[in-house]
Design a protein around this ligand. Structure first.
Ligand SMILES: [Zn+2]
Ligand SMILES: [Zn+2]
Ligand SMILES: [Zn+2]
Ligand SMILES: [Zn+2]
Length: 326
């Protein structure tokens, strides 16, 4: 039987059955036995259960009574068998049950097959477009955890007069980066925030720098035709090699100063690839609020070559041209 289209009663966004929260507005959901399929609801959480269950698979509480099956079953009426309980009690469980209805022990599911990524709060599956985690009800993007850095980034972009381009920052496991396929999605490695590293002043600076660097990639993908212009190509070179940035050199992003070793690049990391060169130029430009005179004075002191000045001028003029300035 095909599932009828499910929509949130508050905001009408699409839902999947047995989500705990609407992923759009965050409304708490309740999945009752509306169609009288099983004739039973959990006494505690009111979600649909079977009379034969010993535990509520949704809230995990003990609901055993005289109708409960003495033996674990595969799938009582109203429920599908998808696999056996991971603890070996012999009973069957159905996605996305949180607990085994027979032995009450917690169940895990392979969310990676069904979702684009995982929630930074509960590690269950979420998609990139989701605002609220359908499982734990927290911010599915993780932006709440890097609020300070994001606010600083937004302020800097405004001061540098860069028009917003609807980028979306997501805190995810793995690496930080942006791919050409989804140029507005900026993934930030969550280890920097939820890992052992303390969230002190230095790491907020590092995070702000890392986000600005990744925004540089996103900005360039968003304005890809800019890379076709002769002036861009002369300044930055050929950017058309498809690749994903590996941020093993993330420590670089904590540096606020300009390196003195490579005269033709703003930082050592910028020398690794033309796209990194642009992203580092972007990061410095925005972090220094677009104040070229100050930057150029510093470049002079650090004996930067003419190519570095030109890179910043190319970016500066491009930003101004988008705003219709002369
Ligand atoms: Zn909703
Ligand atoms: Zn329950
Ligand atoms: Zn079990
Ligand atoms: Zn969650």
């Amino acid at each position: 039987m095909p599932t009828p289209e499910l929509r949130c009663p508050t905001c009408a966004a699409e839902l999947e059955r047995f989500w705990s929260f609407c992923s759009n507005c965050g409304r708490r959901l309740e999945w009752r036995d509306a169609t009288k399929e099983t004739g039973a609801e959990c006494y505690y959480c009111r979600w649909v259960v079977s009379d034969s269950f010993s535990y509520c698979p949704w809230c995990g509480r003990d609901i055993r009574d005289r109708d409960s099956s003495p033996e674990p079953l595969k799938a009582p009426k109203g429920f599908k068998y998808q696999r056996r309980c991971r603890w070996g009690c012999g009973g069957g469980v159905m996605y996305p049950m949180r607990s085994c209805p027979w032995c009450g022990r917690p169940q895990q599911w392979r969310y990676r097959d069904r979702f684009q990524n995982v929630c930074p709060h509960c590690n269950r599956g979420v998609d990139d477009w989701m605002e609220v985690c359908p499982w734990c009800g927290e911010d599915a993007t993780g932006r709440d955890l890097i609020h300070q850095a994001l606010r600083r980034v937004r302020q800097r972009l405004v001061v540098a007069r860069i028009k917003a381009w609807n980028y979306r920052v997501l805190l995810r496991p793995g690496v930080s980066g942006v791919t050409h396929r989804t140029p507005k999605v900026i993934e930030i490695e969550r280890r920097y925030v939820t890992g052992k590293r303390r969230r002190d002043e230095i790491s907020w600076n590092m995070l702000t720098g890392l986000i600005l660097h990744e925004l540089g990639h996103s900005y360039l993908y968003h304005h890809w035709s800019f890379t076709l212009t002769g002036r861009f190509r002369r300044a930055f070179g050929e950017v058309r090699k498809a690749y994903r940035v590996a941020d093993s050199k993330w420590v670089d992003f904590e540096r606020r100063g300009v390196t003195t070793t490579l005269p033709n690049f703003v930082t050592a990391y910028a020398a690794t690839h033309p796209q990194e060169d642009f992203a580092e130029t972007f990061r410095f430009y925005v972090a220094r609020r677009g104040r070229l005179r100050e930057l150029f004075a510093e470049f002079g002191r650090k004996r930067k070559g003419v190519p570095v000045f030109e890179k910043f001028l190319v970016l500066h003029d491009f930003i101004r041209s988008l705003r219709g300035w002369k």
